[in-house]
Design a protein around this ligand. Structure first.
Ligand code: APR
Length: 234
């Protein structure tokens, strides 16, 4: 394996599947049980905030009792032991990367364990259910408290930092994502553009498979630790 210096890792729901959290587009996934336009857009929240909050209250509850799996732990080990730079960008709103020990981490789609006030922009850690009549401690107004997650039609977080890392990386690894949601699905093309080696680790070929130089298909808890081992012992 070549000697890499700067790695960008993109992760998706498949990474947390073996920790017990549902993916979105697999059989029985979240988007087979709910319509995106009912629960994951700003318009849905304006139309029926209770329905949206109930959807995310369930997801916050599900994320509360889960533990990082061998793949999250392997990625934390990579960040700790790799002699170069490692940035992990996750589409996941669960806290499993940080629980495993990853610190150089961007939650581009937000975090389920935080609440955002739409009136004043205050962000606060939040572990229990949200209700429509909640009052913001920062501005004292009610009706604007929403989960701090990025909905369809909104701009993901920290995109400047992500693109800057992508244009500077020599290895891009995409893990557990179906490659259907942009801008994340476009990261592999950005990395290729600057000549980075591109690798997919996923249960099955993703929508962007033709843009990867290398692909290893299998369960994250098997293929991710094995790939990390290869990188660290090259
Ligand atoms: N190991 C590895 N990959 C897996 C596993 C597993 N155990 N189980 C499932 N997968 C793969 C699936 O084959 C699929 O390609 O993970 C991928 C999950 O894809 P999606 O459900 O589409 O999830 P993701 O790509 O993270 O979705 C992106 O869409 O609605 C949203 O905002 C949400 O962040 C999410 C975004």
């Amino acid at each position: 394996m070549a000697a890499y210096e700067r790695i960008v890792i993109l992760t998706g729901a498949g990474l947390s599947a073996e920790s017990g959290l549902s993916t979105f587009r697999d059989k029985g996934g979240i988007w087979q049980k709910h319509r995106i336009e009912d629960v994951a857009t700003p318009e849905a929240f304006l139309r029926d905030p209770e329905r949206v909050l109930t959807f995310y209250n369930t997801r916050r509850g599900n994320a509360r009792d889960v533990q990082p799996n061998a793949a999250h732990k392997a990625l934390a080990r990579l960040e700790a032991e790799f002699p170069g730079h490692v940035l992990t960008v996750t589409q996941n709103i669960d806290p499993l990367h940080e629980m495993a020990g990853t610190t150089n981490l961007i939650h581009m789609h937000g975090e389920i364990s935080r609440v955002l006030c739409m009136h004043c922009g205050a962000r606060t850690p939040w572990e229990t259910d949200l209700t429509v009549d909640m009052v913001c401690a920062a501005c004292n107004r009610s009706g604007g408290m929403r989960p701090d997650v990025v909905w369809f039609g909104e701009m993901p977080y920290r995109m400047d930092e992500i693109y800057s890392a992508l244009t500077d990386c020599d290895l891009f690894i995409s893990i557990g994502t179906s490659g259907n949601v942009y801008p994340a699905a476009g990261f592999v093309a950005e990395a290729r553009e600057v000549g980075a080696h591109t690798v997919e680790l996923n249960l099955e070929p993703s929508a962007g498979i033709s843009l990867f130089d290398e692909a290893i298909h299998g369960k994250a808890t098997v293929v991710v630790p094995a790939y990390v081992e290869r990188l660290l012992t090259r």
